[in-house]
Ligand binder design. Structure first.
Ligand code: BMX
Ligand code: ZN
Length: 290
């Protein structure tokens, strides 16, 4: 059964027809960053109307999803009203009730069903991208949690005296190792404004300061994976996201994981489903939940 899948990120919204792992009619557009959920809904409804087919609609989104309502844990990633009723307003606009799930949780399900988590009943997908997110599968079941917060590894505290996070805490992993954090830390260390891709390029050119910034971030990620072992004891972690898949980053994380006490070490691999993991995962869940 073909599903019309949508993935809402902080910078872009992607749509596609998804059947199993086959993705067609894929297109994307810039996320309306107006702070108004209704603008998101209007743009998605419009894009869905241009798509062929009338299968079920499944939406993965950055942010915390609680009973069909979307709240940004970190409003700098996606500005939107707290508790915005996305399911209700989208259903009104498109005439069918969509399934709604956090993007990292959806991608974790995609990787578990079809990618790096296949056959691994206790599994985590972690994305290091604009923000840092994760989805956790325990005993073959996706953890969503009472309020949709399960898996938000970007908001475990890496340094209690660290920078303030948009979520209200201090020193969250996301403020120290996400793409946004790397852009800030790289700009400070090298004395000129840059984004994460430029920082990686400079490091690849041999710059020691740039390498140190990236290595420090990778160590923080590895340390949080140690925390994850203590909490969920998953067997394998797949790393994804623009930073997670950047050349050399996984190797640095692996080095740091190897320095953890053996009890906290886990297998860490590259995510396989790529940028479509969220679309594929949320579509798979839509098919099983109808
Ligand atoms: C943030 C949070 C998570 C999300 C993660 C990765 C918001 C808006 N998002 O921690 O829900 O899963 O970022 O998101 O609070 P991405 O957009 O960087 O992939
Ligand atoms: Zn936080």
């Amino acid at each position: 059964l073909p599903v019309r899948a949508v993935d809402i990120g902080g910078t872009k919204i992607a749509l596609a027809t998804v059947e199993g792992t086959s993705v067609s009619d894929r297109h994307q557009f810039a996320t309306p960053r107006t702070g108004r959920g209704l603008d998101l809904v209007a743009s998605i409804a419009d894009a869905l109307r241009r798509m062929p087919g009338d299968g079920p609609v499944a939406v993965a989104t950055t942010g915390m999803v609680d009973e069909g309502r979307l709240t940004a844990l970190n409003p700098t990633t996606l500005p939107i009203e707290n508790g915005f009723p996305l399911v209700e307003t989208l259903a009104e606009a498109i005439g069918t009730v969509p399934l709604l799930l956090n993007d990292a949780q959806a991608a974790a399900w995609g990787e578990y069903r079809y990618g790096a988590g296949r056959g691994c009943a206790n599994f985590t997908f972690m994305t290091v991208s604009t923000g840092i997110g994760a989805g956790i599968v325990v005993n073959g079941q996706l953890l969503v949690g009472r309020r949709g917060l399960a898996g938000h590894l970007g908001h475990v505290v890496a340094d209690p005296n660290g920078p303030h996070c948009g979520c209200g805490r201090r020193g969250c992993l996301e403020t120290m190792a996400s793409g946004t954090a790397l852009a800030r830390l790289g700009s400070d260390a090298l004395g000129k404004p840059m984004g994460a891709p430029e920082l990686f390029a400079i490091a690849a050119g041999g710059n020691e300061n740039a390498k140190t910034v990236i290595r420090t971030a990778a160590r923080r990620v590895a340390s949080s994976l140690g925390d994850l072992s203590a909490v969920c004891d998953v067997e394998r972690v797949a790393l994804g996201g623009g930073v997670g898949l950047a050349p050399g980053f996984l190797e640095l994380v692996l080095e740091a994981v190897n320095d953890l006490p053996p009890t906290f070490q886990r297998e860490v691999v590259r995510a396989e489903a790529g940028p479509d993991a969220g679309l594929i995962g949320v579509a798979a869940l839509a098919v099983t939940s109808i």
